[in-house]
Ligand binder design. Structure first.
Ligand code: FAD
Length: 598
């Protein structure tokens, strides 16, 4: 059976020692009171909930899955899910980073980020129920009418109701411009929605008394394509004027998908049969409104893989110390045993360190990003807000795709550490691999993320935001460029930073002549950009660790951090050279292949 220990020390290192979040919060009136002690106390309790309540339900949830009663359209979640959710609501966790005017506790997103990392390590399938509610909350805060905010936000914040995002239809996934669900205006100002959605996460369940569906649909006179999509809020139970629950709205679960992983989460087929909803935001501008939820969800999906990478690493490390097989190539290490523990073998260490480095780099990036989000929302200086917002936009596809791809690499590596036992269910490792796999697909596949990064976020503004990130690298290089001890971290970072401009310009120029060149380079490009960002994170973490050691600290944590950073730069970062080479090899080898793909 797997185990899980919340990585509080590493979280606190990133939060307080690398990014000094409490000082940053002091500059934001909404968070000025959030000090390090408060954050640590919240995270300790959050860790207990994750490890003691959500984690023990993970394997059972996977084995049992969700069941649908086709007659009543009711979905039953796995044993214990409902009770754990009640405990979560009772503890006030859904309200953690929500606005106090809707009943929230008003803590920074950065704290919520750490809560969710731990929940995802513990039980990704369960965590998706409250996770989607938070995205629906954010979309309604940004685009809801006063009436919608009054009706839905306090219940989403308390967790009494949960949320969903209903975009996908059988014929339309990536290309939402193809969607067909119709919304007919009614005399009373409401809309009646008719259509079929598929793959709706947490689309039906027994954990909360109402479900708030955010649904994309078309008005009768809507233009074709993505410019004709509007957003609607459609509750499972209609809500009476006094806030009590009214009659059942005809938005029904008609089937549950049988899938590879996250079995504890209900992936619902949803039929809307004249379901009553209200318009969110402006007509035909629904996609822009939904993007608030989608962007939050993209950062959330990166966080799912971060959680799985961490828990897979912890279990693989424990196993590698315990399992004995063969002797070390460099001589017997455990004389008292018949063989050495497998952790002595270089490649086993490589697998472990890969997961450790991707977890620690991912944690630093996720926290960096959510701190930017807090600044974008709450910093008093408009320039800081704008700058932070632009950086989050640039980093969002990297968080989504790079961290989930790394999650795939890491959970597989950790399963491999277990040899044949990794393939056997009771060890829990194959579940981490299966659960992680969807993270590379939903919320826009990782290919789509790479097109968003290279096409829209980089080439779309002539590299202006990328240059802003480059400026951060430049500052660090200037600060540490003469520090010999930092050279092993700063030199590769500075080198890639310099190369990035030329690399981007080259692809941009080729793409100008032939757009397929962008499509051919995008996935490799995103991975190079991901390493640029991770290299910056590791250089910042190494900087703190070196300073602590120079100041006399003997805490092994700092030595471990330096060793992980060294491993990262020696064994993972160098793939950027190959990636740049394959990106530069162009589109011909892909597109001039009609015979090969005939
Ligand atoms: C378990 C699960 C949960 C989900 N939860 C939700 C949910 O809660 N709400 C919701 O609305 N949806 C949800 N989805 C749907 C999910 O977001 C879509 O599956 C995803 O966006 C991809 O759409 P698709 O499956 O139709 O694939 P397609 O769009 O058909 O894509 C097929 C392949 O073509 C590639 N491709 C498509 N266009 C391009 C392009 N321009 N360039 C390069 N490659 C391209 C894709 O990357 C992919 O590899 C969920 C799906 C699953 C499986």
């Amino acid at each position: 059976m797997p185990t899980y220990t919340p990585p509080l020390r590493d979280m606190q290192f990133v939060l307080h020692e690398v990014f000094n979040v409490a000082d940053e919060f002091k500059a934001m009136p909404a968070h000025a009171e959030t000090d390090a002690d408060t954050i640590n106390a919240v995270l300790e309790e959050a860790g207990k909930f994750a490890a003691e309540v959500a984690f023990p339900l993970n394997i059972g949830g996977d084995t049992e899955g969700c069941t649908l009663d086709v007659k009543t359209h009711a979905v039953t979640t796995p044993k214990g899910f409902k009770e754990a959710y009640a405990q979560y609501v009772e503890g006030g966790w859904p309200a953690l980073s929500c606005d106090p005017q809707f009943g929230g506790q008003g803590l920074p997103h950065t704290v919520n980020q750490c809560l969710y990392e731990m929940l995802n390590s513990a039980n990704q399938a369960w965590t998706m129920y409250p996770g989607l509610s938070h995205g629906a909350y954010e979309a309604l805060v940004a685009h809801g009418t006063d009436e919608q905010k009054k009706t839905y936000l306090p219940k989403l914040v308390s967790g009494e109701w949960t949320g969903t995002m209903c975009l996908t239809e059988p014929h339309c996934g990536t290309d939402l411009g193809l969607l067909r669900t119709k919304a007919e205006p009614q005399a009373d100002g409401s809309y009646k929605l008719t259509g079929n959605k598929i793959f709706i996460s947490a689309g039906e369940h027994d954990m909360a008394e109402n479900i708030v569906h955010l649904v994309l649909a078309r008005l009768p006179d809507a233009p074709k394509g993505s410019k004709g999509i509007s957003l609607f809020v459609v509750p499972k139970f209609k809500v009476n004027a006094d806030g009590s629950l009214g009659e059942r709205n005809p938005i029904f679960c008609t089937g549950l998908e049988h899938k590879m992983g996250i079995h504890g989460n209900a992936t619902a087929q949803i039929a809307l049969d004249g379901a009553v909803g209200s318009l969110v935001g402006e007509p035909n501008k629904g996609l822009a409104a939904m993007f608030v939820m989608m962007n939050a969800a993209r950062l959330g999906v990166g966080n799912q893989s971060l959680g799985l990478t961490e828990v897979a690493f912890q279990n693989a490390l424990a196993y590698a110390k315990d399992r004995i097989q063969m002797r070390s190539l460099s001589g017997v290490k455990a004389k008292d045993k018949d063989a050495d523990p497998i952790i002595v073998h270089p490649d086993v260490r490589k697998m472990l360190l890969t997961a450790k480095a991707y977890a620690e780099g991912g944690r630093a990036l996720q926290i960096f990003c959510t701190l930017l989000l807090d600044k974008a929302h709450h910093h008093p200086d408009e320039k800081v807000r704008k700058n932070s917002d632009e950086l989050v936009a640039l980093l969002t596809p990297i968080v989504k795709a790079f961290i989930t791809d790394n999650g795939h690499i890491s959970t597989n590596a950790c399963m491999q550490v277990f040899g044949g036992h990794g393939f056997i269910k009771e060890w829990g490792m194959e579940q981490f691999v299966r659960d992680n796999r969807i993270n590379m697909i939903y919320e826009g596949t990782n290919t789509v993320q790479s097109l968003d990064l290279l096409g829209r976020k980089v080439l779309g503004n002539n590299g202006a935001t990328l240059k802003k990130f480059g400026k951060l690298i430049g500052q660090l290089v200037e600060e540490e460029g003469v520090n010999e001890k930092m050279a092993e971290f700063i030199n590769p970072l500075a080198y890639l930073g310099d190369q990035m401009t030329k690399f981007t310009t080259e692809i941009g120029f080729k793409g100008f002549q032939n757009p397929d060149e962008v499509g051919a380079a995008a996935v490799d490009y995103l991975r190079v950009a991901g390493h640029l960002v991770f290299a910056y994170m590791f250089a910042r973490m190494a900087q703190v660790a070196l300073r602590q050691i120079a100041a006399g600290s003997t805490d092994p944590f700092y030595t471990a951090k330096l060793q992980t950073a060294r491993f990262y730069f020696a064994k993972l970062f160098p793939e950027t050279a190959t990636l740049m080479r394959t990106a530069r090899s162009g589109s011909k080898a892909l597109m001039d292949t009609d015979a090969a793909l005939a």
